[in-house]
Design a protein around this ligand. Structure first.
Ligand SMILES: [Zn+2]
Length: 621
């Protein structure tokens, strides 16, 4: 990590956490704080609380919590370094770092950097390539009717038809080692029988039109290459391998370009390949994404569900296309999303269709989309398989497997009604069949514990299981919310030996050090400084907890005075209470010691009396 901590503080102070989070999700003010539907778990009531003043957030449902850096990291799935860069540029703060120091920032940031530079190299190569090689490349682009603006927008480039194109480029620039390029999937190690020979590498992509694959937030994470030369005996399409920043099951090609249009139209078109996506986009259909080279995955469904719940599935009518579509439909339904299907005329894919027939014709096809019932029904009809009772039973059984995936019971029964009407069946018979299916297929798509950030939920559970004493949690609360006088009181009176929870101990020592060195305590800074995630959780919880419950607790006391005085916590009183409790602990400990010594009986009795009195006082408080 190369950004100095003073810079991090500056970035943190220059940004408003509410503004930052508002760029991702809807945030509403409630009292002093702000509330939002938590983006990290399926949230029905706003569970995410944000403190503008303390610059932290905390979800009381799933445990997602942190400062603005963490929010961006978790939301965009990027490194701390990148989150800091984003926040810096938001606030107009310049963070300079030396390219040679790249080795020191984390591996993710480096992979992103390699990918960006590689994309640049490929784009330049597309401009520079000439001669016969250039002719092949540009003929292909012409054939696919890719416009210059489209090439630029999608960062389309070219990988030279040679073994060391990108490798020698990076060697000249002296930016990355071969090992690093290999970890980014750009070059491959040559197999050799001689173990002692130095490793030799070669370019993975050669003689291909290069499509950068972007993640949701527009970062290049990988590449797809389309073969251009006829003598090339390798695959027509070649993708980067999985890397630390690229997991193909988690990426939807084009989502970064399409998301605004998806939100505006409230549906997304799903196509298979990136050329399909690009041609539709170029033709003006912008709410389109591609699964690009994989069958659809659960992660992709979750990803799209953040933007819309309505999917239109577009695919080729060949057997392989139908099979892939069926699996995709199941996943979409399981995810609680709605899906309609559009089949293109046999022999056409979205790219060829729109290139030949144009946008109006395409819109007509979309308009004629089918529900899953009609889609499956048509497949059976086409194969002439809806004649006998046995065939009809097969059909119903298949359709039930789709309906059964829908998590919403009301939606399921609406579908049953539709099927019953269409095929003249009794709804109750269908219901029996559905119940059978539901019994055998118990796996819910978003189970209670299935949270987008399972590691956060785990921290919440772990902390809760530790049953940290109330007074120790209060101590944290006093540190992060109490004023100067209270903290200075704690500084002179607190005996940290009596803290039992190791996480509280860590936090308290940090706060005391900060107070002595900086003269103040900053909860959101603490989250950057303390690495222990359980400690971080306890801190954000302490910042926001009281505000979360207080309006509810006080609701029955209608007097405004009562409400106000109750909302305003007297931290000094609290601090004194905590110190008293610690004193009691101290005496109890002493008593245990004295008890062992018969000659100190008198001392024991006196101390015990003192303790009883203190405990009595405590119950009054
Ligand atoms: Zn949550």
């Amino acid at each position: 990590m190369r950004i100095p901590s003073e810079k991090i503080d500056e970035i943190n102070n220059a940004n408003d956490i509410v503004d930052v989070i508002s760029t991702y999700i809807n945030v509403k003010r409630r009292g002093k704080n702000f509330l939002a539907l938590c983006p990290f778990h399926p949230d029905k009531n706003p569970s995410m609380n944000i403190s503008q003043e303390k610059k932290v957030y905390h979800c009381f449902s799933c445990g997602a919590s942190g400062n603005m850096f963490r929010f961006i990291q978790d939301f965009e799935k990027i490194s701390f370094f990148e989150a800091a860069q984003k926040l810096a540029s938001r606030a107009g703060i310049d963070i300079q770092y030396n390219k040679k120091e790249i080795a020191n920032y984390d591996e993710y940031a480096k992979l992103y950097d390699i990918n960006v530079q590689a994309a640049r190299f490929y784009v330049n190569a597309l401009k520079d390539v000439s001669g016969n090689e250039g002719k092949v490349v540009h003929d292909y682009i012409k054939k696919r009717k890719l416009k210059p603006g489209t090439l630029t927008r999608f960062g389309i480039g070219y990988a030279y038809n040679r073994w060391d194109g990108i490798m020698s480029h990076f060697r000249e620039e002296d930016l990355f080692t071969n090992e690093e390029l290999e970890s980014a999937g750009l070059i491959k190690k040559r197999d050799t029988d001689d173990d002692n020979a130095p490793a030799s590498y070669y370019d993975r992509f050669r003689g291909r039109l290069m499509f950068p694959i972007f993640n949701e937030s527009g970062k290049v994470v990988a590449f797809g290459g389309r073969q251009l030369f006829e003598d090339d005996k390798t695959a027509k399409y070649l993708n980067s391998p999985e890397t630390k920043v690229y997991s193909k099951s988690k990426v939807l090609y084009g989502l970064n370009f399409a998301k605004d249009s998806i939100i505006a139209n409230n549906y997304a078109l799903f196509v298979e390949g990136y050329m399909d996506m690009i041609s539709l986009f170029q033709a003006g259909v912008e709410n389109v994404v591609a699964t690009s080279g994989t069958a659809m995955t659960e992660e992709q469904v979750k990803l799209i569900s953040r933007y819309t719940k309505n999917i239109i599935f577009l695919f080729d009518a060949d057997a392989a296309g139908i099979k892939a579509a069926k699996r995709g439909i199941e996943l979409i339904l399981e995810g609680g999303l709605d899906v309609d299907i559009v089949t293109l005329p046999e022999g056409d894919d979205p790219d060829s269709f729109i290139t030949k027939k144009g946008i109006e014709e395409f819109k007509n096809v979309i308009f004629e989309k089918k529900s899953i019932i009609n889609f499956i029904g048509e497949l059976y009809t086409k194969e002439n398989k809806l004649n006998t009772i046995a065939q009809k039973t097969d059909f119903i059984k298949e359709i039930i497997t789709y309906i059964g995936k829908i998590p919403d019971a009301i939606k399921r029964s609406l579908y049953l009604k539709e099927i019953a009407g269409l095929y003249e069946l009794r709804e109750s018979d269908l219901q029996v069949e559905l119940n059978k299916f539901l019994k055998n297929d118990k796996k819910p798509f978003f189970p209670q514990s299935s949270i987008v950030l399972p590691e956060r939920a785990k921290i919440k559970n772990d902390v809760e299981r530790k049953r940290i004493p109330q007074e120790e949690l209060e101590l944290i609360e006093i540190f992060v919310r109490g004023g100067d006088d209270v903290i200075s009181y704690l500084e002179s009176n607190l005996e940290t030996d009596f803290i039992t929870a190791q996480q509280v101990m860590k936090a308290v020592h940090y706060f005391l050090d900060e107070y002595i060195q900086e003269g103040k305590i900053d909860a959101s800074k603490a989250l950057n400084d303390i690495e222990d995630e359980e400690v971080q959780y306890i801190i954000t919880h302490a910042v926001l907890e009281r505000d979360e419950i207080s309006p509810l607790v006080k609701a029955d006391k209608n007097s405004l005075i009562a409400r106000n005085s109750n909302m305003k916590i007297n931290f000094m009183e609290k601090a004194m209470g905590v110190i008293r409790k610690f004193k009691i602990k101290q005496i109890e400990r002493e008593l245990d010691e004295i008890k062992k010594d018969k000659e100190r009986l008198q001392e024991y009795v006196e101390l015990k009396r003192k303790l009883d009195q203190m405990i009595k006082m405590e119950t009054v408080h």
